[in-house]
Design a protein around this ligand. Structure first.
Ligand code: EPZ
Length: 421
């Protein structure tokens, strides 16, 4: 398995191009199943998760052609409505093929994704939404078997709490419904707006995406479209925090401040300057160290859970004590003991971590269990004294495009050490 070797203590100067958003691209890829015409996506990040979904889509009959950051997805005919355990287990977002298959073919058999390193992550809200639209759902040997007679139907769906995945999944399926589907207490994340805009470009009738109520008036068929994936807000936030840890000044090309929600206020409070220019965001740190700031993760526009691990790394060397509360996932502090191995002072009590900032961390061999936690360790390493070896780089390859190249071009000493297997 590959590792990253990082020697910390060098400030970052230069520019980093921000890639297309992983969590948007994955849902836009699933949207290709809704039409027999080509869906052309640009600004597609080159990531292991996108490759994995491409493989699943190919099995379902989608012709996937990738050239650079452009993907042409043509589902002229659906060859199979089965998404097997192997592919869904490795990447939960694969579950999102269920809704489009059900809407287009009237049936789908998709493996239940199961739990993962950050929590149980059930899909009950997804399934209830499809039932409300007239589908029958059966669970059999770890698979969801969904069927509908004719088209999905009108429904009013009141989500009991905010779910990004359930909102996106219901929206995908509802585009081909016979009638209007209203989603209440919908997620407001920028990825929902991106998906809605792409679906609208394909001929869907959607109003209200980005707000708490979304109305989708179903159409009989969707067409193809050409659509550019929005910039990755989590990658943006992570590199901004890298400057917070290491110091320096970096321009994040294509980054958008409006996608960061409450994280903008927290980062500024911590002592970072974030200035929007014509083609991105200039980030710099005032002073030699960031200040401690308390955060609570919340659905958008609150502080994103996907930046919590990176923020903890930033707070590990901030001046003062901060409190970090995780409210989205029940088990998302696995990076805390790894950061502690580098000298961080972190006390975890239930869903709250108290971080007493220290002047300097020390390099150590570390390992994380998920993508964002691994990025937290990378940030910590950039500010640490000596060498840090981050193991299990495959987590990072799932969600951060050309990570070591992007950091190295700003002066970081980062090297990939190839594993044997
Ligand atoms: C998306 O996951 C993202 N993944 C996550 O990013 C992100 O952390 C999360 O949204 C929150 O912003 C993708 O977009 C591929 P949820 P999702 O449904 O849709 C519970 C990353 O690192 N829930 O909003 O799965 C759930 O367990 C990943 O890129 C149910 O109980 O998140 C969680 O506690 C990690 N039943 C909460 O709701 C359901 O049916 C919010 O989850 C659905 C969700």
């Amino acid at each position: 398995m590959d590792k990253l070797a990082i020697i910390g203590g060098r400030p970052l100067f230069g520019d980093i191009p921000i890639s297309g958003a992983k969590n948007s691209a994955l849902k836009l890829f699933a949207a290709s199943l809704l039409t027999d015409k080509p869906l052309i996506l640009t600004n597609v990040p080159k990531l292991a998760d996108v490759d994995m979904l491409s493989r699943l889509l190919a099995e379902l009959g989608v012709d996937v052609v990738r050239e650079g950051d452009r993907a042409t997805l043509t589902a002229a005919a659906i060859a199979s409505t089965l998404a097997p355990y192997d592919l869904v287990r490795k990447m939960r977002a694969s579950f999102n093929v269920l809704g489009p298959l059900l809407a287009r073919e009237g049936k789908a058999k998709v493996s239940l994704p199961g739990g993962c390193a950050i929590g149980a992550r059930p899909v009950d809200l997804h399934l209830k939404a499809f039932e409300a639209m007239g589908a029958s759902i059966e669970l059999d040997e770890g698979y969801v078997i969904a069927t509908v007679d004719g088209r999905l139907k009108s429904a009013r769906i009141d989500f009991p709490f905010v779910s990004v995945g359930a909102t996106e999944h219901a929206m995908l399926a509802a585009t081909l419904a016979d009638g209007e589907v209203e989603l209440n207490n919908a997620a407001c994340e920028p990825e929902i707006v991106d998906l809605a805009n792409c679906l609208i470009a394909m001929g869907a009738r959607i109003e209200g995406a980005g707000g708490q109520t979304i109305r989708i008036a179903g159409v009989e068929a969707l067409s193809g479209a050409t659509y550019e994936v929005m910039p990755d807000r989590i990658e943006t936030g992570a590199y901004a925090m890298a400057v917070g840890v290491a110091g320096g000044e970096v321009t994040l090309r294509n980054a958008r401040l409006d996608l960061l929600g409450a994280a903008v206020g927290s980062l500024r409070e911590a002592g970072l300057s974030l200035e929007e220019t014509g083609d991105g965001l200039v980030v710099s740190r005032a002073g030699s160290r960031c200040r401690a700031v308390d955060i609570v993760t919340k659905p958008f526009p609150g502080f994103p859970t996907d930046l919590q691990a990176q923020f903890m790394a930033l707070m590990a060397t901030a001046d003062g004590t901060s409190s970090i509360r995780e409210t989205i996932f029940e088990n998302r502090f696995m990076h805390a003991p790894e950061l502690a191995r580098m000298g961080a002072k972190i006390a975890v009590n239930g869903q709250t971590a108290t971080v007493a900032g220290v002047a300097r961390l020390k390099g150590a061999p570390v390992m994380a269990t998920d993508l964002r936690a691994s990025m937290g360790l990378i940030l910590a390493a950039l500010g640490a004294e000596g060498q840090t070896i981050v193991n299990r780089v495959y987590h990072l390859d799932r969600g951060f495009e050309r990570l070591e190249e992007k950091l190295a071009r700003c002066g970081a000493l980062v090297e990939r050490v190839r594993g044997d297997d």
